[in-house]
Design a protein around this ligand. Structure first.
Ligand SMILES: [Zn+2]
Length: 112
């Protein structure tokens, strides 16, 4: 899945893992991007979420506001992607810094 676009068929297969919060960052990011661009899949996911999450809540006797719960879920996904993006960016800069330091050391050693 990495590096390629998530197709509708792949998206469908990922729904249970998404609901169970099992998707890794890269897959989640592609999953989210597809959801935002594909109305059919978004609807499919909303229904799936309603069925799995809503029934659990209703069984527990809680009031269920689908619109609100769904909004929370999407917001949570967005935040998770943002957080991971930041960590990856930080890792990238640390790598550049490390390479710079190593290059500097080599340069110093190479000096006569
Ligand atoms: Zn789709």
């Amino acid at each position: 899945m990495r590096g390629e676009c998530v197709t509708c068929k792949e998206f469908e297969k990922l729904i249970p893992d998404y609901v169970a919060k099992k998707l890794d960052y890269l897959t989640l990011k592609e999953f989210y991007a597809h959801m935002e661009s594909c109305a059919d899949c978004k609807e499919e996911l909303t229904i799936n979420f309603l069925v799995t999450d809503g029934i659990k809540k209703l069984e527990a006797g809680d009031a269920y506001d689908l619109h609100k719960e769904w909004g929370n879920k999407v917001e949570e996904t967005r935040r998770r992607i943002q957080r991971s993006d930041r960590v990856i960016r930080l890792g990238f800069w640390l790598e550049i810094l490390a390479v710079g330091i190593i290059a500097g050391i080599f340069l110093l050693l190479a000096l006569p």
